[in-house]
Design a protein around this ligand. Sequence first.
Ligand code: ADP
Ligand code: MG
Length: 581
Amino acid sequence: MRFSLRKFVSYYKPYSGLFLSVLACTFIAAALSLLFPLLVRYVTKEVLAKDFTGGALTEVYMVGGLMLILVAIQNAGNYYADYKGHVVGARMERDMRSELFAHMQTLSFDFYDKQKTGQLMSRITNDLLLLSELYHHGPEDYVKSLVRFIGAFFILFQINASLTIAVFCFLPFMGYFALYFNKKLNKALTRNKERIGDVNAQTEDSLAGIRVVQSFANERLENGKFNRENGRFFESRTHTYKAEALFYNCFDTIIQLITVTVILCGSVQIADQRLDLADLITFLLCIGYMTEPVQRLTHMSTQLQEGVTGFQRFMEIMNLKPSIQNKPNAIVMTEAQGEIEFKQVSFRYGDRSNDVLTNLSLRVKPGEYVAIVGPSGAGKTTLCSLIPRFYDVTDGEVLLDGVDVRDIELGSLRRNVGFVLQDVYLFNGTILDNIRYGKPDASDEDIIAAAKHANAHEFIMSLPNGYRSEIGQRGVKLSGGQKQRLSIARVFLKNPPVLILDEATSALDNESESVIKASLEKLSRGRTTIVIAHRLSTIRTAQRIIVLTEDGIAEQGTHDALLDRSGTYAQLYAKQFEYQA
Ligand code: ADP
Ligand code: MG
């Protein structure tokens, strides 16, 4: 993916004033730091060497005072740049993170079918962290390094050209060395990241499945898996430390070589009276100003690489268009009658080569109660997911009240359709919060009424904190039947004209099934309802039963009519009855 500098820089915009003040402070502090060796030179050369008798000491005190003032200004500048620089970076990071999260909320099911949640999480946390490092340290580091390097070069060159050139000869060598090691270090750091990712993945897997782990008494197995990943991470870090230690010490060796060279060549020149002691001291003080920026090249190029990769990964998602979107003049459908029609619908999932549904037509009247049965994998769930546009048809059309769902404003379309699924997803929080999810502006009274309709009120009141009880991560503190009743209350509150029940009672025991069946029956009253169920006993009362197989709709009719036909339904029914008996 191409890197767009324009886009990259645009994120500075809201904070450009603050950011420029940070750069200015960095510049001032770096420039002032150059005065230090110059003042030392002045004291040793002009004051102490020439006139050590009279008022020299007073002048030394004055220079000392000046140096203290410089120290104060320089460090105040660095403090400001350090503090506010990080704040600028953190603000940009916050903005980009919100933007990314908001964008992820708009992406459609097909995107999430392909992604791993853990990967997306690392984009939203780690990648942006690295990016904000580059955003604020990057320009700051360049300003500081350039000012100090160029400044020191000019000062030294003015003092003694030949010695400066001698020092300079080492620099390309150092630069090459820095970049060479940078590659090695980067590889090691990338491997570290992968390894810690594996440790995270293993931790997540084992902890999320802790109930399964303990029920099989497989703690030792899990420890083994974890220790393998932990050990690999350790090994990878050992390699990194070796590379780092080698790098920093080789570098220090070169810097010391430069110092030795300066002392040797300097002494020769002093003997020839082409240089004095004060200049040699200044020289030694200034070497660091020239070598440090070169040494930082490694760090800066790592920072640049990581930041740019982070930005590209950020833009990769930001540039994705949701596959399901509103048309420009989409119709807002406030309250549908609830007529649903599939017209010669064909559908296949993006990454599959075969159609799940082929040329399927079906009409459901407003308020009708229809059941869909058929073998697992026939496409029952898929069919229903086309109504609220979780996916768009590949061919044909789906109509709600005679309007193609692709012409209806998405939010209003989805407010017209309610789902009760086999897997209930509850959010961290209280019971009240979770029911209110069906209608965020509902009053507490509405919520209690919905809970009563869903036969949930009694069990909620028996909990220590009633409606304010925390349900634990994904509702671990509740039974399957209780979770399902909360999800039904949520749909009661939403009150949609179209209702889809997808295996809503399949995971429940007989007792909670009968309670929940009663509340689902209540819920379906006055709504167009499509029920998917594999327990055929639960759908006997449907006005119409549709038998969906991999070849499409095999037959439809009432329970009795279908049994009389002795077709697919009759076979399914006989088989299940036999199995249950
Ligand atoms: P049913 O609900 O009748 O059991 P589904 O509608 O869930 O069947 O699935 C129909 C077919 O589509 C199956 O072969 C299944 O593997 C496939 N399928 C379901 N969901 C997806 C998906 N998100 N991506 C790709 N294929 C899918
Ligand atoms: Mg299904």
